[in-house]
Ligand binder design. Structure first.
Ligand SMILES: Nc1nc2c(ncn2[C@@H]2O[C@H](COP(=O)(O)OP(=O)(O)OP(=O)(O)O)[C@@H](O)[C@H]2O)c(=O)[nH]1
Ligand SMILES: [Mg+2]
Length: 328
């Protein structure tokens, strides 16, 4: 039964949002990983998705290949395209253009490109420069508007050196990219330091929440809702209200994604953006959405989700839990 005290408008909006998220779940998203061999591309993608999708290990590529890893989490399908060899100086390089053409032809949309490199380097390596050039030529340089720079191996840098490494490395990589994209685009590319062997970066912060926040805000709108749905069960808002987890949901098997206040704010705004752009509820504001979500109680959700005989279960339960935390 829907709560009789709920204002009609809020109720309708809540229904709309629930519908919207069911639709988002049916969409897909694609990440493109770029970076030298062995820098931790696979490890980082696996860390973010909380699942072993791409194999980890030191494979020295002998030729450039394109690997496509298709996976699914919580009913959301996604693809990780890996580009071993693209940023490596290889004996037998193969044909760069043929290779890039193959990526382009077989990919309908790239929602986010990850440029992955180690934090504990002090220059942009020649093979990385080549990779940046190839990517920029193969795609429109605007691909850098949907890109993030990921610095792996933050664990190899001391807490004292960490801020300087992060700043200097970001500056150097952006400078290299700016040759193709222009300075404005390059300087807007966020950079995130990660460690695939530790939960914290040397500054004492949890890096996974930051990576999550940047990926979610930076990726194409078309794939962002699906990404949200594939990860929502793992999100821990700053102050989670445990009592609102009412839809039986299996304990997450993947590591939780803790968000601090700032990150939660960014995630909230992005999610509201997605809803506002897709909802048919007319002129809605973030506050209205917040209120609608906040007013959803367990029985209400059950009723909404029970509609049409479809049981959504854990994911939407988690979604509402997360939202109450975020909007709380
Ligand atoms: N210390 C440390 N090691 C890492 C980190 N990330 C990855 N590694 C290790 O580095 C090695 C290579 O990691 P991968 O994730 O396979 O790297 P990749 O870029 O996907 O490598 P290729 O697919 O071969 O190009 C593995 O042994 C990882 O365990 C990190 O943040 N810190
Ligand atoms: Mg790999």
């Amino acid at each position: 039964m829907l709560d009789k005290n709920l204002p009609e408008e809020s109720k309708r909006l809540a229904e709309n949002i629930a519908e919207q998220f069911k639709l988002e779940r049916d969409k897909e998203f694609t990440f493109l990983l770029v970076g030298r061999s062995g820098v931790g591309k696979s490890s980082t993608a696996n860390s973010l998705m909380g699942k072993k999708i791409a194999p980890v290990g030191k494979f020295e590529p002998t030729t450039m290949t394109v690997e496509r890893y298709k996976s699914e989490i919580g009913g959301v399908k996604f693809t990780i395209i890996d580009t071993p060899g693209l940023c490596d100086d290889l004996e037998k390089k193969g044909n760069d253009y043929e290779y890039l053409e193959r990526i382009r032809l077989n990919t309908s949309r790239i929602d986010l490109m990850w440029f992955v490199t180690e934090l504990d380097e002090n220059r942009v390596l020649s093979d990385e420069k080549r990779g940046i050039k190839l990517i920029s030529e193969a795609f429109n340089p605007k691909i850098w508007e949907q890109a993030i720079i990921v610095f792996t191996c933050a664990d190899k840098v001391s807490p004292e050196e960490y801020p300087e490494f992060l700043e200097k490395r970001t500056e150097l990589i952006r400078k290299e990219i700016s040759t193709y994209s222009g300075i404005a685009i390059a300087n807007n590319i966020p950079s995130i330091a990660v460690s695939n062997i530790k939960e914290f970066t040397p500054d004492g912060e949890r890096w996974l929440g930051e990576l999550y926040t940047q990926v979610y805000t930076r990726m194409a709108r078309e794939g962002a809702g699906a990404f949200f749905m594939s990860t929502v069960e793992r999100i821990q808002p700053p102050k989670i209200e445990r009592e609102i987890v009412y839809v039986p949901s299996p304990p997450p098997t993947a590591p939780a994604i803790y968000l601090n206040e700032r990150q939660a704010g960014i995630v909230r705004n992005r999610t509201v953006d997605i809803i506002i752009q897709s909802t048919e509820a007319g002129a809605v504001t973030g506050q209205m959405i917040g209120e609608a979500i906040g007013s959803i109680g367990g029985p209400v959700v059950s009723e909404l989700l029970g509609k049409g005989g479809e049981v959504v279960g854990g994911t939407v339960g988690a979604l509402v839990g997360v939202w109450k935390g975020i909007f709380g």
